[in-house]
Design a protein around this ligand. Structure first.
Ligand SMILES: C[S@@+](CC[C@H](N)C(=O)[O-])C[C@H]1O[C@@H](n2cnc3c(N)ncnc32)[C@H](O)[C@@H]1O
Length: 190
């Protein structure tokens, strides 16, 4: 999916702004026009806007109420369809999807203020991701897939454990000064 600069995106206070990881995930994403997509943790909503322009339908769910407002405002500003909900992972998301996209909080940390929710992934940086991966298969339609951003900031062994139930394909990779980011497509093994 190519970054479409014609989208009019406004950043919001206490909400994760589009960053290197956002752009890497965006580059690796491919969805088709008949697919139902969930973006978990949309932040400012740049990826949600791209998905809304390409997919059959998009739902976005974020634990930060300011991110929910920000994503909703950016969808409306660009006259794009889509539903944005406040939810701790799948708490308020009962449906199933063809594709679930997540750029999770992946740094070690347990802070809970609104902006910290965007980077603090738990003591090993993996806990939010592990919770997400444990529940996500129940929210996939047959032949559905997860597309997720991962980082060397996450504790490697805990991450491998969380990824064990999936068939994994690397879709993109970027080395930054202090970490490496990559994107994987995951399909449940069963
Ligand atoms: C790294 S930011 C990514 C934002 C955006 N998708 C992007 O790529 O720019 C992680 C996002 O996940 C949200 N988040 C963190 N924990 C969450 C949870 N338990 N349930 C839902 N969203 C969560 C944060 O509020 C934040 O918006």
């Amino acid at each position: 999916m190519r970054y479409r600069r014609e989208f009019d995106i406004v950043e919001c206070q206490e909400v994760y702004p589009p960053s290197e990881d956002t752009f890497l995930l965006l580059e690796a994403l491919e969805v088709s026009s008949d697919e139902a997509v969930l973006e978990m943790g949309p932040g400012t909503g740049l990826i949600t806007c791209h998905l809304a322009a390409c997919a059959a339908s998009v739902v976005a769910a974020d634990i930060n109420p300011k991110a929910v407002k920000c994503t909703d405002a950016n969808l409306r500003r660009n006259r794009l369809p889509g539903e944005v909900r406040m939810s701790d992972l799948f708490q308020n998301v009962p449906e199933r999807f063809d594709v679930i996209v997540f750029n999770p909080p992946y740094c070690p940390g347990t802070e809970r203020d609104r902006l910290a929710l965007s980077w603090a992934g738990g003591p090993k940086g993996v806990e939010v991701t592990a919770r997400f991966l444990a529940d996500a298969p129940e929210h996939l339609l047959p032949d559905g897939r997860i597309i997720i951003l991962l980082s060397t900031e996450m504790e490697a062994q805990a991450l491998e454990e969380a990824l064990r139930p999936f068939r994994r394909t690397v879709l993109g990779r970027r080395r930054l000064f202090f970490e490496e980011l990559w994107v994987e497509e995951l399909r449940p093994l069963d």
